[in-house]
Design a protein. Structure first.
Length: 94
């Protein structure tokens, strides 16, 4: 048996036990992104730029994971990291 496949399968099994099904996570992230887009549309009259939507999807993933396991400290570190990257990349360039 291929050890890479076995390792990937084991990791997916572990993540699923902590964060739930992938499909449910996709739906959760889509709802978060749609809510953010709706707010941007309300305040600015346009949809979120595609670039920001993609960046916000990383944030939405971490929020979904934190909601699934609020005691997993690495998710907060990741969230802060994504926010810092977005700030440096997008906000400071404008």
């Amino acid at each position: 048996m291929d050890h890479t496949t076995t390792n990937v399968d084991e990791i997916l099994k572990q993540r699923g036990a902590v964060y739930g099904s992938y499909g449910a996570g996709v739906i959760c992230r889509a709802k978060i992104l749609n809510a953010l887009n709706d707010k941007h549309l309300e305040c600015n009259g346009t949809d979120l730029p595609e670039e920001l939507r993609i960046m916000f999807s990383d944030i939405a993933l971490k929020l979904m994971r934190i909601a699934s396991d609020p005691y997993h400290i690495d998710s907060y570190v990741d969230l802060a990291g994504y926010a810092k990257i977005i700030k440096e990349y997008k906000v400071e360039d404008n």
